[in-house]
Design a protein around this ligand. Structure first.
Ligand code: HEC
Length: 156
């Protein structure tokens, strides 16, 4: 009944394997490269908005549900096209965490391996993005969802 349009899981696994194996680059060069990247990142983040607390608490009820109500719920409730095409209901925390008949769309703790985040972030060359055929979410909304998933996708 449901047809999967793409296969994120396989691509993520291939990407991870490539990252771990380093694709033949000698270890010392990779380590040096990593050290340089870390130094630059540390340097950049230390001058970047120093007063902002890093661990903002993001919850489904306070932060994520309003975004979903605004941009997603119209299609991902029983009978509407998003629910019919993918099986994904987004009318409650439970149904969102349950995902589709193929499995979860949120992997608590890892936005980059959550298909929901990949689809809204537009950072990946996919043939579909969400919301389907509509204006993308704002950067702030995308970051809220990312932080929520990274912090464990809690309900309250
Ligand atoms: C206009 C209708 C519509 C809106 C709005 C919409 N979707 Fe969808 N969604 C769909 C359709 C249709 C599909 C099935 C795939 C396709 O045909 O693009 C889908 C599929 C998905 C899937 C894929 C499930 C899978 O793994 O197969 C996810 C995740 C998803 N939507 C998340 C969202 C999120 C998050 C939002 C809000 C930001 C959203 N959708 C808004 C129509 C919609």
């Amino acid at each position: 009944m449901y047809k999967r349009m793409f296969d994120i899981d396989t691509r993520m696994i291939i990407w991870r394997e490539a990252t771990i194996s380093g694709e033949g680059t000698p270890m010392n060069i990779r380590t040096m490269y990593l050290a340089v990247v870390l130094l630059i990142t540390a340097g950049l983040s230390s001058c970047d908005k120093p007063e902002q607390p890093q661990s903002r608490k993001v919850t489904y009820a306070d932060d994520v549900e309003p975004i979903i109500q605004k941009h997603c719920a119209e299609c991902h409730v029983t009978g509407q096209q998003g629910a019919r095409a993918s099986g994904l209901l987004m009318d409650s925390y439970e149904s969102l965490m349950k995902g589709t008949p193929f499995g979860q769309v949120i992997n608590p703790g890892s936005a980059m391996s959550s298909s929901l985040y990949i689809l809204i972030s537009g950072k990946d060359k996919l043939t579909i993005t969400m919301p389907h055929g509509k204006k993308p979410l704002s950067d702030e909304e995308i970051e809220t969802i990312r932080d929520w998933i990274e912090n464990g996708a809690v309900e309250n």
